[in-house]
Design a binder for this molecule. Sequence first.
Ligand code: M6R
Length: 605
Amino acid sequence: MCGIVGVLGKHEVSPIILDALKRLEYRGYDSAGIATVNRGQLDRRRAVGKLINLSDTLVHEPLPGRAGIGHTRWATHGGPSVANAHPHQAGRVAVVHNGIIENFRALREELAAAGAHFSSETDTETIVQLASHYLDQGLTPVQAARATLKRLEGAFALAFLFEGEEDLIVCARRGSPLCIGHGEGEMYLGSDAIALGELTDRITYLEEGDWAILTRSGLQVFDAEDQQTSRPMTRINAAQARVDKSGHRHFMAKEMAEQPAVLKAAMEAYAGAGSEALDLPEGLDFTSADRLIMVACGTAYYACQVAKYWFEQFAGLPVEIDIASEYRYRAPVLGAANMALFVSQSGETADTLAALRHVAPHVGQVVAVVNVPTSSIAREASVVLPIHAGPEIGVASTKAFTAQLQVLALLALQAGLARGRLSAEDYRARLSELRAAPGFVAQALDREEEIRRMTEVLAKARDVLFLGRGVMYPLALEGALKLKEISYIHAEAHAAGELKHGPIALIDEDLPVIVFAPHDALFEKTVSNMQEVMARQGKVLLISDARGLVEAGDVPFTLQMPTVPDLIAPIVYAVPAQLIAYHTALHRGTDVDQPRNLAKSVTVE
Ligand code: M6R
């Protein structure tokens, strides 16, 4: 959460910082701000709400300067207000920060007792007050930054800018990502490489605990023990780091439409066109694993829930799954033969990362399925499987979900083969089913206009219920999450068979109930549960295939999906779940790509 940027430029930096912040706005949009040093003086502009407001402010009150830092905020401590917006400034120093300072209360009391006056409710202001205090004691800017860093507990990526220093930014990374960009006589920093994609393709990723001194002529990196160290500079694919909507109305629309191509790319990366053997990274050993532990958050967690069925069915592997924020605070029983698998689009989700760190010393294998291969989770896992989905900017995860499913399905098949539970023939047959997924997803996307019309009614609902059985239960959960996060309609999901144990009391003629039920082994059971809903006047939308819709009989609303093999049904049925949420949100006029209160990358616990 929160995005930070820093630029030591040859020209005015405010427009450059603003542009880089635009690419980080997915990390938070409660407020934004920029500080520069100009003729030795620190100055800043801040505005509540989206970046466009800061942009307007800068039109009326330009901010000159060739050295600057910028921030886009997802509020943690203190609501969205100008006073709480970054950069924070005290005396001769300004700071932007992503993360949480856990000991900020103690520091704040200490500083207030020493005479500091606080002007915000944020934890971040303690950083800047502390640095100012050290400057007042006669420390140099670099010494003051270093002394400040030593006092901070918690997770952060931050950047300091100092009065009188037009060729200096000090930055640090502990628990939140930070990368440095190398330009021609310019230096940049950003929360991720996407932010710097228009500026450079030469990136240095700071390691956990690093801090660094940036000047226009170079970069000095120090590790957590203050030893000067070197971190490699890598070339990134700048074209990939550049993101636009490619003519779509929203990033979410673009990302949904990309799914056939993304699934094809993921398949080709691991099972090159026509090849039978999977090209998997070394070190992945399903034969020695006695248990698979999968941990993730949100949509990635639902992908794990689907994959649990696959690993059990194809590989006979006992599977345990948990929500990352819960897992870390349990006392899980772990063993050297366990394989732990962490799924994350961003690879930066603080809860998932903390769970990985909690588990890693106790298990035999730590595997990550991520979209960002340079992310913290990828770096800390022993085996990394990228999902090859390309940048996902819309807050609602879409193409990452289906690509996660595709990669997890491949892993489950591989595990089945390796453990002798799946014959070579079955393995090949399942692989060719996965190869067909992009085509079926394209067919599901073709139902968009029909879905758009259906959602006119749904958009008026106060609550919506989603139902499914087996792998369609996590799909129902995913459908409810999508709808909640972008349309703000209350939605919940239940295993269809669980309805009669309580939630059926919710059913009345005003409650739309969306049922995911391909014609599979559980179809009859799901349809019986759907009948129970209809008998109580619930307004049902049944999403099924041709045979399912015929056998279900009279249902108020239906949506026909292509007839697909069971294995890929969750991937294909994810599409209507996404489109229902998207079009309901459009009817309600909500902000699809940047829904209220949310951020794309959740780097605080
Ligand atoms: O980057 P991650 O996959 O680790 O993110 C996990 C969740 O925060 C994420 O899936 C979230 O639930 C999405 N906004 C759902 O659309």
